[in-house]
Ligand binder design. Structure first.
Ligand code: ZN
Length: 693
């Protein structure tokens, strides 16, 4: 206890100074709260008491506590105090403090928590599955909103939580684990928060605990026995990503990190721990996807808190720093793929009636709100980073962590901090992305190339719909030689441009690397396997070179949900059938039927190569989707197994890669996968044959 004395006094002095300016009716500052709960899973029962040290001077203090709670006693400075309790609100009258700086308040209560746990978890519409508070022998989850302890309206300066339960029932909550023990049939643990933020949640169950100490801090897994063998994998990943984010953002803001299993398929991030469902923990990719996302939330959302009045920025930022940035670290192409996916998802999912500005995003309720809050939000951070550079961008994020940790920040705080680093006012730039729904629609118009001396000049206009956006729009001119990249400052509905090129121009592309957030027209949507799955006009053409048997072809179509698609032989194909349809070829058809292949791809019926990697073993298989040049908005796909055995082996896997544009399988696994840029419509102009050699 001694070691708390000095900081405690310092806190009191500052509290008293700040209180003198407050109105008499204000809620008192809470110097410290201790919470003691005893869980009885067999009877869904919790008995608890909480002791608070308050700054004196207020006439009353109020708490939120579960409506169904029974209050056994309320005492102030050891004497029974007058209180009222209704509608989950407990108000305690406080005596005049006299010359005391603080008052000691104690609340003794009990309650039952028994939200029914659904037998079957269906859909992801309600991420809580209707369970906010339940105490069962299967497991305990007490969310922050259920009032399992008396919660003062002012977050305490320090919190200590003691939890006891029948032997073997291990509990976790926020804070450093001070102790943990089992004796006389009771397992208990003590947790302490030096920087409490928000409401406390609590989980408990028959956990097996694994732990490591990293830089003096405890890193834990609390897994049910069935998943206990996954602990080392999760501890390795947790340590790796804690280091990664400390390097990127500055010190980890809490006293421990724990990965805790839930009996519901949740993915919650709380200060200092994450609560993941058992079925989720078993998925092999979670340690490198959801886990880093939840770890990053300790800085953003749980550390620096969201001021919701200007909308929720934290999902966009965490998506950018976890889901996106980890892809970008793999390769520039993987990063570009992720950005393309954000744009494609937005255009596919956010219909005009579902659209709203980022400043109205509070939380995900359906795929459209996810595409806005997570996807578009991430792209806003990407555009800022592209504009001000890595040093200023990440430096600003570290500065916000230093200055606003454990406090709220709003979008406008980010705008101000980025503006300071950039040395220019970014408020108008940010306003167009935060306050308007949707995004810009850009198109190239009137593009022409002409020879100029020994080189070439390509000129034209960038057109955009109203209201116009002000951005530096990347253009790339592909030529017979090295491509030429330019940024055009567009601000109005029409912006003229001219690009000089030393070699003959071939194609002009508008933002081919998806550096900007923009709306895609149907013609621009990249070809993907999902578009074959979703086709209502699919024609399947089996060439003579198709190595798959009839039965395997049927399996492929069934797995793509296309068992009713028309199937014909290549001989029956006439050019009229190609119009207005999506086409799936098995085997490479005669020349002229497939669209021009993307650069870096070469295919034949004996082998294929992708970006320099050649595939020629009978075990190999390619699945490739392309735009159908004869029907805008339609796609063509090529299914190219190099043997029937390869076809049989990989057919069941293809459907799981729906958002990809191409897949190559070899040696029993996926070896290459990728997406194509959103091109076509007004974002790509072919510059004629005269430029080619
Ligand atoms: Zn999140």
């Amino acid at each position: 206890m001694m070691r708390f004395m000095l900081p405690l006094l310092l806190v009191q002095v500052t509290l008293l100074l700040s209180l003198s300016a407050c109105a008499q009716t204000a809620e008192p500052a809470v110097v410290r709260q201790e919470i003691n709960v005893n869980l009885a899973p067999e009877s869904h029962y919790l008995s608890g008491n909480s002791t608070l040290i308050l700054a004196s001077g207020a006439k009353k203090v109020s708490f939120q506590l579960a409506q169904a709670a029974v209050i056994e006693q309320v005492a102030v400075e050891g004497r029974d105090a007058h209180f009222s309790f209704s509608n989950s609100s407990l108000t305690v009258d406080l005596p005049h403090g006299g010359n005391r700086a603080t008052l000691l308040v104690k609340v003794v209560y009990h309650a039952t928590f028994n939200d029914p746990v659904p037998e079957q978890m269906v859909g992801d519409e309600d991420p809580t599955y209707g369970v906010n508070g339940t105490i069962t022998s299967q497991g305990v989850f007490l969310g922050g909103s259920v009032g399992w302890y008396p919660e003062p309206s002012v977050t305490p300066g320090r919190r200590i939580i003691r939890i006891s339960a029948p032997a073997g029932t291990e509990a976790v909550t926020a804070g450093r684990r001070v102790s943990r023990s089992t004796s006389q049939g009771i397992t208990s643990s003590v947790w302490e928060e030096a920087h409490p933020v928000g409401r406390l949640s609590l989980s408990a169950g028959p956990y097996r605990i694994e732990e490591r100490v990293v830089d003096g801090m405890g890193v834990y897994t609390y897994f049910y026995p069935d998943n206990a063998d996954l602990a080392p994998r999760y501890l390795d990943a947790a340590v790796k990503y804690l280091h990664f984010y400390q390097e990127l953002l500055g010190p980890y803001p809490f006293e421990k990190f724990a990965v805790v299993e839930n009996f519901l398929p949740t993915g919650y991030g709380f200060p200092s721990y994450t609560l993941l469902g058992g079925t989720i923990i078993r998925l092999p990719f979670i340690p490198d996807t959801s886990l880093p996302h939840e770890i990053a939330h300790n800085w953003w959302g749980n550390g620096v808190l969201v001021d919701y009045r200007e909308g929720n920025w934290c999902e966009g930022l965490v998506t950018y720093l976890a889901d996106y940035l980890l892809e970008e670290k793999k390769s520039a192409a993987a990063g570009r793929d992720y950005r393309i996916r954000i744009l494609s998802d937005y255009s596919a999912l956010v219909t005009p009636d579902r659209d709203f500005p980022l400043s109205s995003f509070i939380g995900r309720v359906d795929p459209a709100s996810r595409a806005i809050g997570y996807g578009k939000g991430a792209m806003v951070f990407h555009m800022v980073r592209t504009m001000i550079g890595d040093k200023a961008f990440f430096g600003t994020l570290r500065e916000i962590c230093r200055e606003r940790m454990y406090r709220q920040a709003a979008w406008s705080d980010f705008t101000r901090a980025f503006s300071r680093s950039a040395g220019k006012d970014l408020a108008p730039f940010m306003a167009q992305w935060l306050l308007r729904p949707g995004g810009p629609r850009f198109a190239l118009k009137g593009v022409a190339a002409r020879q100029q001396g020994t080189g070439w000049a390509v000129s034209g206009e960038v057109a955009q719909a109203s209201p116009s956006y002000e951005v530096d729009l990347p253009l790339r001119l592909e030529t017979a030689g090295v491509p030429v990249s330019r940024k055009v400052a567009v601000a109005r509905e029409v912006t003229p441009f001219s690009i000089a090129a030393p070699a003959a121009p071939r194609r002009l592309l508008l933002d081919p690397d998806a550096e900007l957030f923009r709306l895609l027209s149907p013609a621009e949507l990249p070809p993907t396997i999902n578009r074959i799955k979703g086709s209502e006009q699919l024609l399947v053409v089996v060439t003579k070179a198709c190595r798959a048997s009839k039965g395997t072809m049927q399996l492929l179509l069934a797995s793509l949900g296309q068992q009713r698609a028309a199937v014909i032989g290549e001989g029956e194909l006439d050019s009229k059938l190609l119009n207005g349809r999506d086409i799936l070829f098995c085997g490479v058809p005669r020349s002229g039927l497939l669209p021009v292949l993307p650069e870096g791809m070469v295919i034949s019926n004996r082998d294929f190569s992708l970006f320099g990697e050649r595939f020629s073993s009978p075990d190999d298989l390619l699945f490739l989707t392309l735009r159908n040049p004869q029907a805008e908005g339609r796609v063509q796909a090529l299914f190219l197994p190099l043997s029937e055995a390869a076809a049989r082996q990989y057919v069941p896997k293809i459907t799981h890669y729906g958002s990809y544009g191409y897949l190559a399988f070899a040696n029993g696994e996926n070896r290459r996968k990728g997406r194509f840029p959103p091109l076509g419509g007004g974002s790509m102009v072919e510059l004629g044959k005269e430029g080619t050699q």
